[in-house]
Design a binder for this molecule. Structure first.
Ligand SMILES: NC(=O)c1ccc[n+]([C@@H]2O[C@H](COP(=O)([O-])OP(=O)(O)OC[C@H]3O[C@@H](n4cnc5c(N)ncnc54)[C@H](OP(=O)(O)O)[C@@H]3O)[C@@H](O)[C@H]2O)c1
Length: 384
């Protein structure tokens, strides 16, 4: 395992995340997951990411790393534990931090990250609360996640931000493009997540899979329409070059992330030892600059075609009647929101109220949902 130094800390360039413990990727075997975490430590991983919103993940991670607590960095997140409406107020941060410390069975959190934005709390207030927690020794550093670039800049200007968390893989490159100049200007490290594209870039899917109920990939645009096909083409290209070195598609996907400027850690989320061991073999091996150019050229060529297909799909969903099945209609509308934001067809601030309105319906997708979903479709037609 290679390590990258940021702000005086030597961090394993591949970190392990605990999102799977929330059930986001279906049911997992808890004992196998704990064994995976221990093995990660044995193999040199010293950066572990979790969140107060990932089910019991904080308590599970705390229990596993307890015997070697001082040798690892624990990153957790705050803002949306039990609701969809984020809260970054002073009071909320103070009480949430206490609860995370208790669950993690630790006296300090190495990296406390904002999970999602709370537009109702000022950046100044949130930073003051984080600085206060740091002053008390309860957190050592703080970072940002899931914020728009202007909001990231507000935090970077006003605080001492250690890192910015972002989705990054060869399919999802937009956040890196937007955030890199800011991270460079303010010397914040980039912590990449979904580095295997939630499994898409590992080569294990050849057709759009059916995931078990509750798996977030049922809603993930990676596993829908033209984006899935795009992902497969990207996976094949990375795999072709990785294969020259005897590397697997997953290792090639992670090595591509590690080659991107500003990245201090690539977070992957395996739930078994074989997947862990495969992914960690991406450290210590690199694409050549020529190979990276070849990949970039390939990506740019494919972008043009697939972005046009994506835009066509958005327009079609907005103008055709929604599917009669409410779950399918809901998935199509999520696709419209995510795709239109990704392609810059609409401003994020204009879109968020409609996103929250739609997301709030996710547990009410019964026979009565049709008119509400159609109303949201109409609103989206006006916005985009
Ligand atoms: N995804 C997000 O929205 C998000 C947001 C903020 C922070 N994070 C943090 O970043 C961490 C990593 O993100 P992620 O979970 O999206 O990473 P990821 O590694 O891209 O995706 C995890 C999924 O990929 C599969 N996978 C991983 N390696 C594999 C391999 N070698 N072969 C086959 N399948 C493989 C896993 O399957 P198995 O379970 O079968 O191993 C799991 O379903 C999270 O755990 C979390 O701590 C994530």
């Amino acid at each position: 395992m290679l390590y990258r130094t940021h702000d005086g800390l030597d961090i394993s360039e591949i970190g392990i995340g605990c999102y799977a413990l929330s059930g986001a990727y279906g049911q997992k075997d808890l004992e196998a997951f704990k064994a995976m975490l221990r093995r990660a430590y044995e193999l040199g991983v010293n950066f572990f990411d979790t969140a107060d919103a990932y089910g019991d993940a904080e308590a599970i991670l705390g229990e596993v790393v307890n015997p070697f607590r001082e040798e690892v960095f624990i990153a957790t997140k705050v803002g949306v534990k039990d609701s969809t409406k984020p809260n970054l107020s002073t009071e909320y941060l103070q009480s949430s931090c206490e609860e995370s410390l208790r669950r993690l069975e630790t006296e300090y959190i190495d990296l406390y990250q904002i999970h999602f934005d709370d537009p109702e709390t000022s950046v100044k207030e949130t930073i003051a609360a984080l600085e206060d927690l740091a002053g008390q020794g309860k957190i050592r550093h703080y970072g940002l996640g899931h914020l728009s670039p202007p909001r990231v800049e507000d935090y970077l200007e006003q605080g001492t931000v250690f890192s910015v968390l972002l989705e990054l893989n060869a399919v999802a490159r937009e956040n890196h493009r937007d955030l890199l100049p800011l991270c460079q200007k303010y010397d914040a490290g980039m912590i990449a997540f979904s580095v295997t594209g939630r499994g898409l870039l590992t080569g294990k899917f050849q057709e759009v899979p059916t995931f078990e109920a509750g798996d977030i990939r049922n809603l993930d645009t990676f596993f829908q329409r033209e984006r899935f096909q795009y992902g497969l083409r990207v996976m094949e290209k990375l795999a072709e070059i990785g294969n020259r070195y005897g590397k697997t598609p997953a290792q090639a996907a992670i090595a591509w992330v590690l080659a991107q400027e500003g990245v201090i850690c690539a977070l992957t989320g395996p739930s078994t030892i074989p997947h862990l061991e495969e992914n960690l073999q991406a450290s210590g091996w690199r694409f050549t600059p020529q190979e990276l150019d070849e990949i970039n050229q390939f990506l740019e060529e494919k972008d043009e075609r697939y972005n046009q297909l994506a835009e066509d799909n958005v327009r079609e969903i907005l103008t055709e009647p929604l599917p009669a099945d409410p779950s399918s209609a809901f998935r199509d509308l999520i696709y419209v929101i995510e795709t239109s934001l990704r392609l810059g067809m609409v401003e994020e601030s204009e879109m968020m109220p409609t996103f929250y309105r739609l997301y709030g319906l996710r547990k009410e997708l019964d026979d009565q949902a049709g008119p509400k979903l159609s109303a949201i479709q109409g609103k989206l037609r006006d916005l985009i």
